[in-house]
Ligand binder design. Structure first.
Ligand SMILES: [Zn+2]
Length: 676
């Protein structure tokens, strides 16, 4: 068949032949890929030899590679360059893919073989990476119930189906409640304080709804600026109350019972599989390992951040008093924070942008990667891409060895989803003497150049580029045997270390000197601007930390205990917030009923990861600060112990190998200005 997705990719270094791939190729390629992957699995099952690490675990690891390549091309396109047809194919193909992966994890004959190998594990003389691969493969069956008896298996499937339904319903309710509310304004005075762009957007929304004036909604792009800038306190209150009451109004969209059902089912599922709680189940595959580690971690940060938070709240209260407000409420927080920020910093984004021309920032990222990890980047114009705007680079080390292909896709356009992300078109792996190098991509939505001006980035966009590039380094420098352990395939609370640590260079004079030059005058960014950036990045850090901690603690409260006695969602939440709330409680509001991260998405027992990752990156960067931010030895250690290693070992062990000790909260608290 003449389907480019099913032929060997023979263009530049095996990169995907995008210009030859048409939408009509995807579905037949997926079907063929699944068929071939099934054949490979069948061959493992039918193999008559005694199950061994090689003929079972390794064979399983390298099965379905064709399907993986097709999937990564397709799903990356669906994120970065999609259209109705691609979305339609995704709808059709997704159930087939999950059916295929269920066929593997629920396959009893295959599990028997994996289990046999796992039982003789100690006699096999495995290295750390092989050990990790075997554990992961074995666990992927067991965590889906492979060790249960028939009745228990049926029970587990029932729970899973019920959970999937409840999560979906939870999300639908939040969405319905978000869409049901609008704030319709017809008097101009009520817009006082709002930036021009926000008013324009509200006017467009009003027009779409065939209404006069302006309409604000509970969608973030409308809600957040309103609550931050609107001078009319009553309207801020109205918006804030509506936002906090989502799915907590005893109507058909109410989520209270769904929350209780979800946590009870999750608990039941975990205990069925032999775990103490849902959090114990989740954290088994995390760097943090246990609920008590997470709780200790959050409590320690709380103790350190709380005094600062109270001081900051005091400052806001004083500022509000000038407006005659004597008791600060939730709906005043963002508004007076913004006011205080203006008073303290007056950091205008427009003044910074000329120093951050996109081409200069890219050059900076490359120079820093060269100084740290000896990488060179050469733009290649002959690599096939999915859009003209995508740039491609060949990455080599200073000895000229080929390391990776890097794709970079910077600007927004129709068919690209929001935000910024790193992904790969091909992961890295080794077989025999071959070290097959990865094809990595970063996708962003940066300010576009105009006819007269180049692309000038906001500082936020600069840190975003560094962040995604940090992930890309993790992918590009991967040097493992098995693709499922390669690059960013690490435990979830470890994956943001390489990305966040790389952001630190954006705040250092020595690094900024390399690239932050005025696009017209070539003048290097002045020191006082750098100082302002640093200071403003810690603005109200205490209050913000408390907010994050309150969410992390609520998440752990819901998931780390037997929940059968919990009857009232709001009461339970209030008790959990006891030590973290700075503002008076609002009885009409509830956080849990719209806490989609943990009840709809995949963050249950994982919300702490945001702070956890910050602690890791601050602690890791502290070593660079001690030894010099371009110290070769420190960088080389980070590369060897962290970036090259992927998920081949326990993250804590990898970290200690780099750092010489476990991470502590001190460096983060210091960087955030929460300790002296
Ligand atoms: Zn990230």
């Amino acid at each position: 068949m003449n389907n480019p997705l099913l032929q060997k990719f023979s263009t530049y270094n095996g990169t995907a032949p995008f210009s030859k791939i048409k939408n009509k190729h995807f579905k037949p390629a997926f079907l063929e890929g699944i068929k071939n992957a099934k054949k490979e699995i069948d061959a493992i099952i039918k193999n008559k030899s005694i199950p061994s690490f090689e003929n079972t675990i390794e064979a399983l690891e390298f099965s379905g590679q064709q399907l993986d390549r097709i999937s990564s091309v397709f799903f990356n396109l669906n994120s970065a360059e999609t259209n109705d047809e691609i979305q339609q194919i995704a709808q059709e193909i997704s159930p087939l893919l999950s059916e295929f992966s269920n066929d593997i994890t629920l396959n009893e004959e295959l599990f028997k073989k994996v289990k046999l190998v796992n039982e003789i594990k100690n006699e096999l003389n495995l290295n750390a990476e092989q050990d990790m691969l075997l554990t992961n493969k074995y666990k992927s069956f067991v965590r889906n119930g492979a060790n249960l008896n028939e009745a228990q298996k049926i029970e587990l499937r029932k729970i899973d189906a019920e959970l999937a339904k409840l999560k979906l319903k939870f999300g639908e309710n939040v969405l319905a409640e978000t869409q049901d509310f609008e704030l319709h304004i017809t008097t101009k005075e009520q817009l006082n304080g709002l930036p021009e762009g926000v008013i324009e957007a509200a006017e467009i929304v009003a027009k779409q709804k065939e209404k006069e004036g302006w309409v604000f909604t509970l969608d973030y792009p409308s809600y957040v600026p309103f609550i931050t800038y609107a001078e009319d306190r009553n309207l801020r209150k109205k918006m804030s109350l509506a936002f906090g009451a989502k799915a907590f109004q005893n109507n058909k969209n109410d989520n209270q019972q769904i929350v209780l059902d979800l946590i009870n089912l999750r608990y039941k599922r975990a205990t069925l599989l032999g775990y103490n709680s849902h959090a114990h189940f989740v954290l088994e595959e995390r760097m943090a390992e246990t609920p008590s580690n997470v709780i200790t971690f959050l409590n320690d940060l709380l103790e350190k951040a709380k005094p600062a938070a109270i001081q900051e709240l005091h400052k806001l209260t004083e500022l509000a008093k000038k407006d005659g407000i004597n008791n600060l409420e939730k709906w005043d927080s963002a508004y007076y924070s913004e006011k205080l920020k203006k008073e303290l910093f007056d950091l205008e984004e427009e003044k910074l942008k000329p120093y951050f021309k996109l081409e200069n920032v890219i050059d900076g990222v490359f120079q820093i990667s060269n100084k740290l990890y000896d990488l060179n980047f050469e733009e290649i114009y002959t690599i096939d891409t999915y859009h003209d705007e995508v740039k491609t680079f060949k990455v080599t080390d200073t000895c000229g060895n080929y390391i990776a292909i890097l794709y970079a896709d910077f600007f927004p356009r129709k068919g690209k989803r929001n935000g910024a992300w790193m992904t790969s078109f091909k992961s890295q792996w080794k077989k025999g003497n071959e070290n097959s190098r990865p094809h990595i991509s970063i996708v962003c939505n940066f300010t576009k150049p105009t006819k007269t001006k180049p692309s000038l980035l906001t500082f936020n966009e600069v840190t975003t580029l560094f962040h995604e590039f940090g992930h890309a380094l993790h992918g590009m420098l991967a040097n493992t045997t098995y693709p499922s352990l390669s690059g960013t395939s690490v435990y979830w609370d470890f994956v943001e270390l390489p990305s966040q640590v790389f952001e630190n260079w954006c705040y250092e004079k020595e690094a900024l000197n390399l690239f932050a030059k005025h696009f017209e005058t070539n003048e290097v960014i002045p020191m006082d601007l750098i100082a302002k950036i640093k200071k403003s990045s810690n603005f109200l850090e205490g209050m913000q930390t408390l907010r994050q901690l309150s969410f992390g603690m609520l998440d752990m409260e819901w998931h780390s205990k037997n929940p059968s006695a919990i009857k009232n969602v709001k009461e339970f939440e209030l008790a959990s917030f006891k030590n973290t709330q700075l503002f008076p409680d609002v009885k009409e509001n509830c956080m849990s009923t719209s806490f989609s991260h943990i009840f709809q998405g995949g963050y249950s027992s994982g919300y702490y990861s945001y702070k956890w990752a910050e602690v890791l990156d601050a602690d890791a960067f502290a070593l660079f600060l001690e030894n010099g931010i371009f110290d070769k030895q420190t960088a080389s250690n980070f590369k060897k112990q962290i970036l090259e290693k992927g998920g081949t070992d326990k993250p804590m062990d990898l970290y200690i190998n780099f750092r010489g000790k476990k991470p502590t909260n001190e460096a983060l608290l210091k960087r955030a200005g929460l300790t002296k």
